[in-house]
Design a protein around this ligand. Structure first.
Ligand code: PEP
Ligand code: MN
Length: 364
């Protein structure tokens, strides 16, 4: 074969490549049009019956030299690329992802600002039991310059015979304390029908671990103009946690704080296993603020301070812990709440470390 023939064949190959390119993109344009129709009609994009039908038609027209299996393989790749073309943006990049929004989501809750590199504390009793009980904790919390007070009014308890919370009365107590002490309050809501009502009582709506995949609750939380504190499910992977947050943001509410609160493992020394590395992973993968709940993750008073130090050092935006005037008689989580003197020494120690690590964000 002379040099001339070779050049001719190469030229022919280049022409075929360009024709193939044109045809593949022509096919892609048709795929996009079909995608738009499917999207309007909420149809499933992947249609295996239709794919089989196309492959059969192609194979029955294949006269070689390629084997049928080779042709099938090549077309399968084309189908796969087409499917990706039809997938909407949300599938490629979640709304909560850093890909979608590179800068941090910063949430202002009364005087608190979470997500701007500062460290906020969320302190308060496990359950709201009485006005006096919450007010005593609020006074201590306020005296340390903390701006966020927690307290459960609707308690999702493992046993139906355990204290279920004061319900609406609990929210009323929180509201009163919030006004009197000028604190922002956080409380858990367990029923989608209560979300709208809760907006009038609390500054942040908490969705607890047991409800992280209560999708109707997540959707309802996405429809209100109130920050949401979303806790990681007891056995939820990071990806499931992120998708739960996506449920909320996809309905319009992007003010979401993620809270790592320990996951269930085989370890029995702690109530749950604090997954501390989830904090930087969540901060890398999403633009949302990330908090650590040291109470429910450890279930042990002696581990509250060391885990809080770890949370601070690893870059958490907030730390949650439970404080009760008399934990021994608390109606829930009595083994792990701090009493008020212990809360003060906890704050002394953690703020000392905080002032070394985050000198720009000193507590008052
Ligand atoms: C709580 O914070 O009151 C609580 C019940 O926590 P979790 O949902 O993480 O168990
Ligand atoms: Mn608790």
């Amino acid at each position: 074969m002379g040099k001339f023939d070779m050049d001719q064949l190469r030229k022919q190959m280049d022409d075929v490549n360009l024709k193939l390119l044109e045809l593949i993109n022509e096919r892609a344009t048709v795929v996009q049009k079909i995608g738009e129709i499917k999207s309007k009609q909420s149809m499933n994009r992947f249609d295996p019956v239709r794919e089989r039908d196309m492959i059969d038609k192609i194979i029955s027209n294949n006269h070689g030299p390629f084997e049928n299996s080779t042709i099938e393989h090549i077309f399968k790749e084309i189908f796969k690329a087409s499917l990706e073309l039809q997938e909407d943006d949300h599938r490629k990049a979640l709304l909560v992802s850093r890909k979608k929004q590179p800068q941090n989501t910063v949430i202002s809750i009364k005087d608190a600002v979470i997500g701007n590199g500062n460290l906020e504390y969320v302190m308060g009793p496990c359950s709201v039991e009485s006005y006096e009980q919450v007010a005593q904790v609020a006074e201590a919390v306020k005296s340390r310059g903390i701006k966020l007070l927690r307290g459960g009014a609707f308690k999702p308890r493992t046993s139906p015979y355990d204290f279920q919370g004061l319900g609406l009365e609990g929210l009323e107590i929180l509201k009163r304390v919030s006004d009197e002490y000028d604190l922002a309050v956080i409380s858990e809501i367990v029923n989608p029908a209560h979300i709208e009502m809760a907006v009038d009582y609390v500054d942040v709506i908490q969705i607890g671990a047991r409800n992280m995949q209560n999708f109707e609750l997540l959707k309802a939380a996405g429809e209100v103009d109130k920050p949401i504190l979303l806790k990681r499910g007891l056995s939820a992977t990071i990806s499931e946690f992120i998708n739960a947050a996506e449920y909320i943001i996809s309905r319009g509410n992007g003010n979401i704080i993620l809270c790592e609160r320990g996951i269930r493992t085989y370890e029995k020394a702690t109530r749950n296993t604090l997954d501390i590395s989830a904090v930087p992973i969540l901060k890398q993968e999403t633009h949302l603020p990330v908090m650590v709940d040291v109470t429910h993750s450890t279930g042990r008073r002696d581990l509250l301070l060391p885990t809080a130090k770890a949370a601070l050092a690893i870059g958490a935006d907030g730390i949650m812990a439970e404080v009760h005037p008399d934990p021994a008689v608390a109606l829930s989580d009595s083994a792990q709440q701090m009493d008020i003197p212990m809360f003060h020494s906890f704050m002394d120690e953690i703020t000392q470390l905080q002032n070394r690590i985050l000198p720009a964000a000193k507590l008052s």
